[in-house]
Ligand binder design. Structure first.
Ligand code: NCD
Ligand code: ZN
Length: 353
């Protein structure tokens, strides 16, 4: 079956500063192997992408290392709300962290939150890491400033219901859910919670079920590919995050095979809606070929991500990426990456305003 090249709107590339976990070359190879031809990279690198200088560093590294197309997020900080609009044209969106997670970007000051909502260019979206009542305050900000927001990795029943109500009442809000919150719940990981440390945390079965029941409220499936090394994940104080680029499509194809989801909804949530929400241009001559009948077992050690482990280790899935064509070039075929770093383009570059 031929599908469009997919877009992942929530990816952590780890470069600069964390190349033992991932770099642009390994991370974008993982994307292509997962049928993803565009990734949007998060700003919680080291240094974080928060001003002209660090955006310049990130753009340079991405240009050299990327095998697929990409966009970069700028991070909303306590003191950069004035500067960001001047450099926004090279970025795909603004990322605001209202809850604690990996990296230094948690935004506490109310003033700074308001300033970012006032200043950030209106045609570019604000993606928010907000959990529980922070979703409520995000909805309030979206309403107050009448501008679109995107909520990252929704994981709880209460959260998806809040977003549903906000949508029904005219708030400009979209949201994403990760495969790990759709397929793993707390009772599955009993006794192994440390290894499964991730933000938002793996939730209860009732939460997981509520996400499936509200599939029509979910605009996008996003990986939140957040690679950390196996050594870090098995340490006493494991950092939060799972790799996900190579398992997202196979898991969702399995859901289609199992009759839990329609193929047209998969395409809508992994391609059409992500591109519309973030204003991503269509990639010409781009498609992926998947074998929807191929059954295989997920094994971290076979992956392109440097993380080389998976929270879905040993899972049997049905649906495999066979070939990827990106802008007329065969970039992945039968398990092999056929494109060098540097082929990827910055999708934000084209829409200068
Ligand atoms: C992410 C990371 O490691 O960068 N971790 C995670 O658990 N999801 C950060 C984030 O998206 O919250
Ligand atoms: Zn993330």
């Amino acid at each position: 079956m031929i599908l469009p090249g997919l877009t992942d709107i929530h990816t952590h590339m780890r470069e600069p500063g964390g190349t033992e976990k991932e770099d642009w070359s390994s991370g974008t190879a993982a994307a292509l192997a997962g049928g993803i031809t565009t990734i949007l990279a998060m700003p919680n690198t080291n240094p974080p992408t928060i001003n002209r200088e660090t955006l310049g560093i990130a753009l340079k590294i991405a240009k050299i290392g990327a095998r697929c197309d990409y966009g970069l997020f700028l991070g909303a900080g306590e003191t950069n709300a004035e500067e960001l609009p001047n450099i926004a044209k090279d970025a795909v969106g603004l990322k605001m962290y209202l809850d604690q997670t990996f990296g230094p970007l948690k935004l506490d000051s109310l003033n700074a939150r308001l300033d970012h909502f006032r200043n950030w260019p209106r045609h570019k979206i604000i993606s928010i890491h907000a959990e529980k009542d922070n979703i409520m305050s995000s909805i309030l900000l979206a309403g107050m400033f009448d501008r679109p927001i995107h909520i990252c990795h929704v994981s709880l029943k209460d959260e998806i219901e809040m977003i549903k109500a906000a949508k029904e009442n005219g708030i400009k809000i979209t949201c994403e859910v990760t495969p790990h919150h759709l397929f793993i719940c707390r009772e599955d990981i009993a006794g192994r919670e440390k290894e499964f440390e991730v933000r938002p945390h793996i939730a209860e079965r009732s939460d997981m079920n509520a996400l499936w029941e509200n599939m029509d409220v979910i605009d996008a499936i996003a990986t939140d590919h957040a690679p950390h090394t196996p050594a870090e994940k098995s340490s006493d104080n494991p950092p939060p995050g799972f790799p996900g680029l190579e398992t997202s499509l196979p898991l969702m194809l399995t859901a289609v095979n199992d009759g839990r989801m329609k193929m047209e909804n998969l395409i809508e949530k992994m391609y059409t809606n992500p591109n519309r929400i973030f204003g991503i241009p269509t990639q010409p001559d781009t498609e992926i070929e998947v074998d929807t009948e191929a059954s295989w077992e997920i094994r971290g050690k076979d992956m392109f991500t440097k993380a080389a482990w998976s929270p879905f280790e040993g899972w049997k899935v049905k649906g495999r990426v066979i070939k990827v064509i990106l802008r007329g070039k065969e970039v992945f075929s039968n398990g092999k990456i056929l494109v060098e770093p540097g082929y990827g383009l910055n999708i934000a570059k084209k829409e200068e305003v």
